[in-house]
Design a protein around this ligand. Structure first.
Ligand code: SF4
Length: 53
């Protein structure tokens, strides 16, 4: 079973009441297009984020 994703980015189209409703998400090291290593949690980002219009 995939992990339940809790999220606090309330203006994302996939966000609902503190949960992520996307089928899957991609988390990457901020600013790097390929596989890379993060130094800490702040180096990471959700690339699936889409702002609510
Ligand atoms: S897609 Fe990313 S930013 Fe959007 S609700 Fe899910 S985890 Fe949060």
């Amino acid at each position: 079973m995939p992990p339940k994703i809790k999220c606090r980015v309330a203006n994302c189209i996939y966000w609902q009441d503190g949960d992520c409703r996307a089928e899957s998400i991609t988390v990457a090291v901020e600013g790097t297009p390929n596989n890379s290593s993060a130094h800490n949690d702040r180096d990471t980002e959700c690339e699936t984020f889409r702002a609510r219009a």
